[in-house]
Design a protein around this ligand. Structure first.
Ligand code: NDP
Length: 392
């Protein structure tokens, strides 16, 4: 049916490649390209189907254009880093190919999550008749689709949204991050912003917490409120929302290490001159920490990510929780990755599948909640991320 070009051979890229390979009737030809060819080949070697392997610097638009023209994909799935988003979008525009990613663009020198840069591509994608699907991971991604599904089927108006991301997994290291450490630490050390009565309110990082009891005996976790990029698009597209917050679980151990690293300046993105070279402390820290892709075989436990939503249905107040539980060890058995990469890679594959199958169409730049949630929700059930609902 179609050809896909996946860019980025990291933890998420590995899952996307495995999951595309599991759906040969949609993804007839698969190319994986990344900066380091060995990593591409290593992923391809795990899969029982031919995967074309390419090396590319995704910050180099002419190089990307040459690759895309050669591969002729129907869709590019970008699972490199957020820094590459605009370059890959430029290359898709130049070659006339649809685009999917899982994280919004960030400039390297400023830890700022904001859709402005990518939304500015709206007119160019529209004029070219191309579809750019932003944030097709779990959060952003599935959380946006959950919210759109709730609005379509269970609410007349949504008033409150709490996105609750629990990782009850344990990898046994004193300190490691479950996805790219640089991106992860930039995210959790940024000031918190949440939506309340028509505006984003800023509070210090990690200053607000709550206890959350997961369903199905996953456990009770301490959740910290932080800013997450889907809040920006969801409150724009669902304007009845009066309050929207994002919560993530962190272990005491993770927070203890993070506090010390922050206090000594190791999480800074300001260059430090050392022995004749400029070093960015956070990038150096990344080099010391375990590669997230290596956590797969050692992580045990479950993730539980969902949306708790309050609003009105037929004039009456309603509270609704929709969630997925994912087991780290089961993910590793299936695709040799832990659940954080798995829960991101499956929706990225589904985003590509929605486009190739023509179930989601658009001209311009779209966030997930703008699309019909139903075919995506069905695909989650059949491709490894089944969801459940609780009416409270
Ligand atoms: P990794 O760091 O494991 O992988 C990123 C990959 O991109 C690496 O293989 C890296 O190459 C490659 N890459 C980086 N720069 C370039 C470049 N200039 N050209 C070509 N390839 C490049 O990250 P993850 O797999 O953990 O994360 C991938 C993306 O998924 C990130 O954008 C992350 O923010 C996003 N994400 C989204 C989530 C969601 O739920 N929406 C959750 C988790 C992650 P090399 O190996 O050579 O360094």
């Amino acid at each position: 049916m179609g050809r896909v070009l996946i860019i980025g051979a990291g933890g998420v890229g590995q899952v996307v490649t495995h999951k595309c390979a599991q759906v040969p009737e949609v993804f007839e030809e698969i190319t994986l390209a990344s900066r380091t060819l060995d990593k591409v080949k290593n992923i391809a070697s795990q899969i029982n189907r031919p995967i074309r392997c390419e090396q590319v610097d995704a910050d180099n638009v002419p190089e990307l254009v040459k690759l895309i023209n050669d591969v002729k994909p129907d869709v590019v799935i970008n699972v490199a880093l957020p820094y590459q988003d605009l370059h890959i979008m430029d290359a898709c525009l130049e070659t006339g190919v649809h685009y999917v990613d899982t994280a919004n663009y960030e400039p390297r020198d400023e830890a700022k999550f904001c859709y402005r840069w990518q939304w500015e591509y709206q007119d160019r994608f529209k004029k070219a008749g191309l579809f750019a699907l932003l944030g097709s991971g779990f959060d952003p991604g599935v959380t946006n689709v959950y919210t759109a599904y709730a609005l379509k089927h269970h609410f007349d108006e949504i008033h409150e949204l709490d996105i609750i991301d629990v990782n009850g997994g344990n990898h046994g290291y004193a300190f490691a991050t479950n996805f790219n450490p640089e991106i992860n630490i930039r995210e959790v050390t940024a000031p918190c912003r949440h939506w309340e009565h028509g505006d984003f309110l800023e509070t210090p990082a990690m200053s607000m917490k709550m206890q959350f009891e997961c369903p199905e005996d996953v456990g009770t976790y301490t959740m910290y409120r932080l800013y997450h990029e889907e809040l920006e698009s969801i409150v724009k597209h669902i304007p009845t929302i009066k309050r929207a917050q994002f919560w993530m679980s962190f272990s005491d151990n993770y927070l203890k290490h993070l506090e010390v690293l922050q206090n000594v300046g190791m999480t800074s993105i300001e260059p430090v001159h050392f022995n004749g070279v400029d070093i960015i402390p956070l990038q150096f820290l990344k080099a010391l920490l375990p590669d997230p892709a290596s956590l797969g075989p050692r992580t045990k436990g479950k993730t539980c990510i969902g949306c708790n939503i309050k609003g009105i249905k037929d004039g009456k107040p309603r509270e609704y929780y929709v969630y997925n539980i994912c087991d780290h060890e089961e993910c590793y058995r299936e695709v040799k990755s832990q659940a954080i990469s798995y829960t991101t890679g499956v929706p990225a594959m589904i985003g590509g599948m929605m486009i190739i199958k023509g179930l989601w169409k658009g001209e311009g730049v779209f966030n997930m909640e703008q699309m019909d949630p139903d075919p995506f929700m069905d695909a989650l059930n059949t491709h490894g991320l089944p969801w459940k609902e609780i009416f409270r």
